[in-house]
Design a protein around this ligand. Structure first.
Ligand SMILES: Cc1ncc(COP(=O)(O)O)c(C=O)c1O
Length: 426
């Protein structure tokens, strides 16, 4: 672990030594605001803005011809963006496609890969994002009257999911194990290779939700043998609010018929034959359903380009440095000094993603008070503040100011006047 002196000067020195410093000004950062919520919604980059304007110009100029014109080729945009994404998650280009949304993509994959012969169960954990669990519960209901068909692993008292707890629930009646790569509350990072190997040993397919790791943690999904994955592009990839997501299907499953089909999943060379039945693509493309929004895809493309330009290993290195700095400041300036709060994220670099959880019984009031003091955290009831120092656009001085503001609010008890506010807490 690095030793820090906790001064603002030191934060400025860390910024001066940052090889990614030039990327910060390529984003719209509100002046004097410490934005620590990029794991909920990433910021707009100037590149994404320009790409969106360019897409509007293309629409203006080409209209319907944009789908097939060689200058635009909108028809193959989901695959082009899939190939860019493949570099970030360690996949083959044909294993990845940019389409749908996280939950919708999960539905599409579950419809195809669940249930499997003699395996009525789905296995997941209660610390996963609820939308995923809603989808799993639906598929169990669709296929059986047994409400116990969805088995859920609970986190231990520290809020973390332990691999041994997952492993002991891997049984021969489970079709598929769904886990997040990074848990959205605690920031814990899953060991994808170990969990995949253990599940496969019991014949269980594995699906990861990469929403909280894509663009900030490198993955090797193909090599690790992961079967399926879903994600969004609006967090660390800065693709815009509610923009198109993505999915991964390992090549060993290509050729399996998608069971929630739409014409965009067709073999591209034959899509306009409009044949009945559909001829699905022999790649992850087959799990597309509907026509993608090309305007939205333009910003996703810009976000992916920026990430590839910065380099994922550099981004991960800076992210680990930022989260180490943040956790050390929280420990030294808050927890040890005020005796309040608790870190919720593992300290081990191999065990944490890009954000840090800080538990405090007054987290709701603190979240409002921070916002009133130019810091945008993320609040998750009942007691979690999450801080995401996104490496692409966060400076060390932003982290320093965030913790300094939190310290002032706690040591003066200024947050108490924010207790009873009816404001929407985010
Ligand atoms: C881990 C995770 N899964 C799923 C979702 C839901 O995503 P969507 O609304 O794009 O389906 C989110 C949203 O933030 C998430 O964080």
């Amino acid at each position: 672990m690095t030793t820090f002196s906790y001064t603002a000067e030191e934060a400025h020195q860390l910024d001066a030594a940052d090889p990614l410093a030039n990327f910060v000004d390529r984003f719209y950062r509100r002046e004097n605001i410490q934005y620590m919520d990029g794991n909920s919604l990433g910021l707009l980059s100037k590149d994404a803005e320009a790409a969106t304007i360019e897409a509007l110009e293309q629409w203006k100029h080409y209209a319907v011809d944009g789908w097939g014109h060689p200058d635009t080729d909108w028809l193959h945009m989901p695959e082009r963006l899939g190939a860019m994404t493949a570099e970030l998650i360690g996949a083959k280009p044909e294993e990845c496609v940019v389409t749908g949304q996280t939950t919708v993509n999960l539905h599409a994959l579950l419809a195809t890969f669940y249930p499997r012969e003699g395996r009525p169960r789905l296995l997941a954990d209660t610390a996963n994002f609820p939308s995923d669990l809603y989808a799993l519960a639906n598929h169990v209901t669709l296929h059986s009257a047994n409400p116990d068909g969805l088995s859920l692993i609970s986190p231990r008292s520290d809020g973390w999911i332990y691999e041994e707890d997952v492993m002991e629930r891997l049984s021969e009646d489970v079709s598929l194990l769904l886990l997040p790569s990074v848990w959205y509350q605690s920031g814990q990072l899953a060991s994808i290779p170990r969990l995949t190997e253990a599940a496969h040993a019991k014949g269980i397919l594995v699906c990861f939700d990469l929403a909280h790791s894509i663009g900030v943690v490198p993955h090797h999904l193909h090599e690790d043998g992961v079967d399926l994955a879903v994600w969004c592009n609006y967090k660390y990839l800065n693709g815009g609010p509610g923009t198109i997501g993505g999915l991964f299907v390992h090549e060993r499953h290509h050729g399996t018929a998608p069971l929630l089909s739409g014409w965009f999943g067709s073999d591209k060379a034959r899509q306009f034959e409009m044949s009945i039945p559909m001829v699905p693509a022999h790649s992850a493309s087959a799990w597309q359903i509907s026509t993608p929004s090309i305007i939205a895809a333009a910003a996703v493309q810009a976000g992916l380009s920026l990430t590839l330009e910065a380099g994922l290993s550099q981004l991960r290195a800076k992210s680990l440095q930022l989260t180490d700095y943040l956790m050390t400041l929280l420990d030294e300036k808050i927890i040890r000094t005020t005796g309040e709060g608790q870190l919720g994220t593992p300290r081990q670099p191999s065990r944490r993603g890009g954000h840090v959880a800080f538990y405090h019984p007054e987290a709701a009031a603190l979240s409002r008070a921070l916002r009133a003091n130019q810091v945008i955290p993320d609040y998750r009831p009942p007691n979690t503040l999450r801080f995401a120092p996104v490496p692409m656009y966060t400076r060390f001085i932003d982290v320093w100011k965030t913790v300094d503001t939190l310290y002032r609010l706690l040591s003066t008890r200024a947050y108490e006047s924010f207790r009873d506010s009816n404001d929407l807490v985010s």
